[in-house]
Ligand binder design. Structure first.
Ligand SMILES: Cc1cc2nc3c(=O)[nH]c(=O)nc-3n(C[C@H](O)[C@H](O)[C@H](O)COP(=O)(O)OP(=O)(O)OC[C@H]3O[C@@H](n4cnc5c(N)ncnc54)[C@H](O)[C@@H]3O)c2cc1C
Length: 340
């Protein structure tokens, strides 16, 4: 049995209506949880939402606040047509509602806030991006460029706040709005033309999959190296870390791990995720979301075979190169070797 993850109960202090479809939840994190809820710009929280027929579902929401401006941690949720949790939150969460939350996680965060940034957001993808903008303006000295795509003017989240930030940032912040209603659906050529004057610095992209693909293509046309491009996908979790699950699948194996220049051989029980084996043995294997969405636990398979229960982050070519997610891997062969 995989136990439920430890979560915290945090009251909502305020609900702010941002657009017809999006609202921000300002959290009143109790003083004793301040450490657990310290975060980096671009990270997300995982929220438990009660399910209609009993039980619950879990969803990730990025923090739209900055940890560097003294503002309370805030998440911003946009209603999705026919989506369960986003509509439940918009219809039910009020000031005083107590949310069950997993602490901040995720790797869509700059290593340093000092340099230049080229940021792309579409729709609710602005949420982690505005956290990076506010943080870079508050602590760095570089130029920050945001290219922000929306369906129409009414769907622009944080429009007035971005305007105010640009006005007070003394030309350090450039915001380029792109509206489908005026300019049509974004294409790689159009995005490359918009970004060309600003190419350079680290790039961060957040939005729906077709938008991510178009911006990646645009950046590649501009010669921006893929390793300087960071992407966040907004997907619904398939598993629920708030509830215990029975182990299924996989076989018992011997696991050879090369980590930090040392090799360890471990017993890997059937039905157990690789990352759980590493953590149980006290190895400092990297991880973050444990849901197959962030990629922080990626390592390379050098012998044997595994199956991943869920993979939202590795591309087909990564998998072909032997990359796997430790948090999602079950053994398929009696001997498995990996390296970090
Ligand atoms: C790291 C991360 C950060 C995120 N940050 C944010 C954020 O800051 N703000 C934000 O608004 N969202 C964010 N998301 C997305 C969020 O977690 C949810 O995915 C989103 O709110 C939709 O959830 P839902 O329950 O409303 O929709 P779901 O019920 O999960 O449905 C989503 C869509 O899938 C369709 N669908 C559902 N079930 C099926 C099915 N069986 N077959 C076919 N289609 C189906 C629905 O019609 C709907 O269009 C983030 C996601 C991740 C992974």
């Amino acid at each position: 049995m995989t136990g439920p993850r430890a979560y915290h109960q945090v009251p909502v202090a305020e609900v702010i209506s941002e657009t017809d479809e999006a609202c921000s939840l300002v959290l009143a994190v109790p003083a004793e949880l301040a450490g657990a809820f310290s975060y980096r710009p671009g990270q997300f929280l995982t929220v438990r939402v009660p399910a209609a027929g009993g039980g619950s579902v879990a969803r990730c929401y990025s923090l739209s606040s900055s940890p560097h401006t003294g503002d309370a941690p805030t998440i911003t949720v946009k209603r999705i047509t026919d989506g369960y949790a986003s509509n439940w939150i918009a219809d039910n969460v009020r000031p005083g509602t107590v949310l069950d939350l997993l602490p901040p996680a995720g790797t869509f965060s700059p290593q340093s806030l000092a340099g230049d940034f080229l940021l792309f957001a579409a729709g609710s993808g602005i949420t982690p991006v505005i956290s990076i903008i506010k943080s870079a303006l508050a602590t760095g000295r570089g130029r920050v460029v945001l290219i922000y795509a929306n369906r129409d003017e009414r769907s622009v989240i944080f429009g007035p706040e971005l305007h105010r930030l640009a006005a007070t940032a003394e030309e350090r912040l450039v915001v380029v709005h792109r509206l489908d209603s005026l300019h049509g659906t974004p294409t790689a050529a159009a995005m490359a033309a918009l970004a060309r004057p600003y190419a350079g610095g680290e790039a961060f992209i957040c939005g729906p999959d077709p938008y991510l693909a178009v911006v990646r293509q645009a950046l590649s046309q501009l010669g921006v190296p893929a390793k300087g491009v960071h992407v966040e996908r907004f997907l619904s979790l398939q598993e629920n870390p708030f509830e215990a699950t029975e182990p299924t699948g996989g076989t018992a194996a011997a696991l050879e791990v090369c980590l930090d220049g040392e090799t360890h051989t471990l017993e890997w029980p059937a039905g157990t995720r690789m990352l759980d084996v590493l953590i149980d043995q006290g190895l400092a294997a990297p991880f973050s979301c444990r849901q197959g969405v962030c990629g922080a636990c990626a390592c390379q398979l050098t012998a044997g075979q595994v199956e991943m229960a869920h993979n939202e982050v590795l591309e087909a070519e990564d998998v072909a190169d032997g990359y796997i997610l430790a948090c999602q891997s079950l053994a398929l062969t009696a001997q498995v070797s990996i390296t970090y």
